[in-house]
Design a protein around this ligand. Structure first.
Ligand code: CP
Ligand code: NVA
Length: 303
């Protein structure tokens, strides 16, 4: 298994499935009252240059839940804010902690940390990828639908970090993914080409949200303006209007289709309050699964 978790593409299907299987086991055991000690005596460092509720707290709770400890550093608390080179940061931190969980802007930041760090680096979101989130999303689909490989999954909205990681998941797990994005807001072309060429799933791209959700088992959405794109918020509100997940769009999917949202949600923008609070939306179970999948990731890389 790769030492670092920087994108899903660095793992084959059995390795990705192993995270899911371990998460399912740890979830079941912890709900039965088992107190795990898999990472007793281990310390993980969290370096977050962007805000986070779910990812930070679930990684921290996951580490404590496995008997380990956490040191949290916001970007401005470190010398990175004063331009200390990443390669120096990596070669210092790896002497103090057993792993690094990093949320930042450029994918090249986690790649550079990974190049120099002797301890595992876990990508907790960059502008390009959100691999840990998509693993908990896949876990949620498997729990709710029984499997992933034969699912028809729709992505509606921005071709952002989440969309890119979903493309890699389709290529590895072999499911059918259709992405509906406004022209000019498509996912990363290189990631898409690579997954289509060397992956096992089928991946379609359209600008038509209705076509994308037709007969879908799973509908997926996310904010229209991601962290770092705040200045584009107003313009994107107009551009993405037709990409709202609402009752009319949901009616085009298979009856009983589930709706995923990684949260935080902007009700009335990418998703209506009715859909988010409705019976088909599983966003809060999906959020819970971040805890279980993060335990599996930490145990696999630091154990
Ligand atoms: N879904 C997710 O990554 O949420 P946070 O930004 O709160 O971590
Ligand atoms: N695409 C969103 C995901 C937030 C969890 C962002 O990057 O802000």
């Amino acid at each position: 298994m790769a030492k670092h978790l920087l994108s899903l593409w660095n793992f084959d299907r059995p390795a990705l499935q192993a995270y899911i299987d371990l998460a399912l086991r740890l979830k079941k055991e912890s709900k039965a009252g088992v107190r795990h000690q898999l990472l007793a005596g281990r310390v993980v460092g969290l370096i977050f240059e962007k805000p986070s509720t779910r990812t930070r707290v679930s990684f921290e709770a996951a580490m404590y839940g496995l008997g380990g400890q956490v040191i949290y550093l916001s970007g401005r608390d470190t010398q990175l804010a004063r331009n200390e080179p990443l390669k120096d940061m990596a070669r210092v931190m790896d002497r103090y902690v057993d792993g690094l969980v990093v949320r930042t802007y450029g994918q090249e930041v986690v790649e550079e940390l990974g190049r120099y760090s002797q301890v595992p680096v876990i990508n907790a979101l960059t502008d390009l990828h959100h691999p840990c989130q998509i693993l908990s999303d896949v876990l949620t689909v498997i729990e709710k639908r029984g499997e992933i490989a034969n699912q028809k999954i729709a992505w509606v909205g921005d071709g952002n970090n989440m969309a890119n990681s979903w493309i890699q998941a389709a290529g590895r797990f072999g499911f059918h993914l259709t992405l509906a994005c406004p022209p000019g807001y498509e996912p990363n072309a290189q990631i898409l080409a690579e997954a289509r060429q060397n992956g096992t799933g089928t991946i379609e791209l359209t600008s038509d949200p209705v076509a994308a959700v037709k007969n879908a088992d799973v509908i997926n959405c996310d904010v229209w303006a991601s962290m770092g794109q705040e200045s584009e918020q107003e313009a994107r509100l107009q551009i993405f209007q037709a990409y709202q997940v609402n009752d009319a769009l949901l009616a085009q999917a298979k009856p009983g289709a589930i709706v995923l949202h990684c949260l935080p949600a902007h009700r009335g923008e990418e998703i209506t309050d009715e859909v988010l609070e409705g019976p088909q939306c599983v966003a809060f179970d999906q959020a819970e699964n971040k805890l279980h999948i993060h335990k599996a990731i930490l145990a696999s890389h630091l154990g």
